[in-house]
Design a protein around this ligand. Structure first.
Ligand code: FES
Length: 276
């Protein structure tokens, strides 16, 4: 059993949990994800790894209540345990093994700040201070701002309603940074699918390599069920084993968005039932 050692609310309907899972903590790397199961009736839910502590044997996860399954997880408290906690799954971020000595810009939309955090932390440990844009619909939904500021001086905030930082979308702030003379070798965008689509369109125009992390539907997480399939560069790829990170300029976002909308309708119905 995987015990929840700490739990706190980061924003409305967003909670963070430190879970005791020493085997996962020992091998987790930035970019990877987990599949968790709350209890016997629970579904398999994919969650990105937000942090890990090999000494304490803990893995940090962040959950947003967007459907019946995530609501069930968010209702667990300190001292409760997950029935299963499978991982790490997927490929670690490409830059861990490649050339990381370059100018990175991370674009973290909403909950996307959670998977961006371990990547920025890893780079900071190598002496790199990447730029980070944190985007949210309003100041209340900004997460990890202080954590990012502790790692790099280059943190930029954008809110849709202008309640903090730049008033507007992350893509407009990205263009503004470039227009004022910042140059980037690589953009890593993680957040809602539609945000990643528009970041990729913006960076294509600006000719900046872009990596996105696809939060597709996942079931088995082992490449067997096909639930996570996406089209990248005209080829079918499985996000769970070949991703979740892909070249943002090659992803068929419109297809990915259609598949996600289909699943969301089913989840909304389940959530409504659960709340009856
Ligand atoms: Fe089943 Fe990827 S989740 S193939």
């Amino acid at each position: 059993m995987y015990k929840i050692l700490a739990k706190r609310e980061l924003a409305p309907q967003i909670v963070l949990m430190d879970v005791y899972a020493p085997r996962v903590a020992a091998s987790a790397r930035p970019g990877q994800f987990l599949i968790v199961i709350a209890d016997e009736k629970g579904e398999r839910i994919p969650l990105t790894v937000c942090d890990y502590d090999k000494e304490r044997g803990t893995v940090t996860i962040v959950i947003q209540t967007i459907g019946a399954s995530t609501l069930r997880i968010a209702q667990l408290g300190e001292g409760d345990s997950f029935l299963d906690f499978v991982g790490p799954l997927g490929m670690p971020s490409e830059f861990l093994e490649g050339d990381f000595n370059k100018k990175f810009l991370f674009v973290a939309g909403g909950l996307g700040a959670a998977p961006v955090y371990p990547q920025v932390k890893w780079l900071a440990e190598q002496g790199i201070a990447p730029h980070v844009i944190i985007g949210a619909k309003s100041a209340d939904y900004l997460i990890f701002e202080n954590e990012f500021r502790a790692l790099t001086p280059n943190v930029h905030i954008a809110t849709d309603d202008g309640s903090r930082g730049f008033h507007g979308l992350v893509t407009a702030l990205l263009e503004k940074l470039v227009a004022r003379g910042e140059s980037f070798d690589e953009v890593i965008a993680i957040g809602p699918m539609v945000m990643m689509k528009f970041v990729a369109l913006t960076t294509k125009k600006l000719n900046i390599k872009t990596i996105v992390s696809l939060n597709t539907l996942m079931v088995d997480g082992t490449g067997m069920c096909g639930a996570c399939r996406v089209t990248v560069g005209g080829k079918t790829r499985f996000a769970c084993v070949e991703g979740p990170e892909f070249d943002g300029h090659e992803v068929d976002f419109d297809e990915a968005l259609r598949r996600q909308a289909m699943y969301k309708t089913i989840e909304d119905r389940r959530l409504a039932k659960e709340r009856e």
